[in-house]
Design a protein around this ligand. Sequence first.
Ligand code: SF4
Length: 496
Amino acid sequence: MNTPEKLSRKFKDENYYSNSNKYFLLPFRFLRINQDHELLANDIGDFVIAPVGTVNKIVSKTFSKYDNSELYYDLISNFIISENQVPDLLPILEARYRTKKSFLDTFTSLHIFVITLRCEHSCHYCQVSRVTENRDAFDMSFSDIDEGIKIMMQSPNPEITMEFQGGEALLAFDKIQYAVNRAITAAQVFNKNISFVICTNLAPINDEILDFIDENNILVSTSLDGPDFIHNKNRRRPGNNSYEITIDGINKCRNKLGHDRVSALMTTSTFSLQHPEEIIDEYLKQGFGNIFLRPISPYGFAKYNPKKNHYFVEEFLEFYKKGLAYILDLNKKGHSIVEDYASIILKKIFMPFPIGYVDLQSPAGLINSVIVFNYDGNIYATDEARMLAENNDFTFKLGKLGINSYNEIFYGDTALAISDVFTNESLAGCSDCAFQTYCGADPVLNHATQGDMYGFRPTNIFCKKNKEIIRHLFELMIEDKNNERIFKSWITGYTL
Ligand code: SF4
């Protein structure tokens, strides 16, 4: 019987490191996916799923191409090992790394204008404090709109998105009209392609608003939490008819603008956790081809209503996996419906391009891809950062409209302090995580939940959620090739 080699931290002799098996290790990270399989992944997200023990063998150079030639050439072609000390295809690897990070070439695209804080809903998980009156105090002023557009036009990015949020954005429709008209004129002067999004609960929608949205090619993003018994319980308003109003608004938008110009997002409350299938069925019933199973954000009002809004990340993961299994099952029965979060991660796994989803980027999406101009003129790094500010936490305030210059906002002390911790390649825990390329960094969430921007990965909810969802996606693909085919159809748009 062979006695196992004694483990030691000492360097072994020179022969041990010689290239006896004729391959060299390239930088890669690894993680066990399930009892039988481990994942080896490199810096550009190329990966190999291999039997447990493969990492040990290739690192100790006891793996040879004669053991398993198919796996050996998989490892070579995915830049995990190389037959030459410097791989012949190194320039390809470099070009692909630059492509993965090319979202940095153009800088901030998404500019969120919180046009009003007023709202006529009182959703119990609402992330901002709501006010029902006093337009002047809680709507963005015309001069701040002008200043915001000035800053937006200084972005080096030729593709700009201007997104209106609230409160309920359409309660300040006059301000939206003003802002869109001014931004279109400015975009012509500064040679930008500009697109517009209005986030709305659709309660104030009317023909005048629809005409304006249509004329200016504006996208509408609304909220749909599920069927009436879930939606109306989550999203309170006088008359308890938010669901009916939302569905009516969706239909009006589709009739006027076209089916695909209105999208919907759901938020998972504690009550929703019990009903993944009903929520997904509602999206199918309303003719949506996709659904984003989103957890509640631990910001603002959400955290003050623990009974309705507090659940552990493990409970969300159970809900998410149940929902994803149901969606896969529907796909296998011929229904075409995509889960958006899985689809974003799968694009990061399989595609060479950056995917432009700000919550899963490294360097993080905040500042690099998104900036928020609040109704009161304050400027924040993300939407979540302004929610913290509503609770008097101004850690992520970057400046004020009309006072600070572009450079002071985007390259000032606060932006620089955030930049120290917004790259997961340099964060403890992430730096050696096999999922690093598929994941991102979220200093705002770290600060909100753990008290510092750096965060502590072993107890971090961003990490727990993403690590388990990514692992689960790989596991689903290992278990059933049909799952992989469905996932690939989601990201390529080809139907099965
Ligand atoms: S947050 Fe967690 S899952 Fe994501 S890269 Fe860091 S360690 Fe990995």
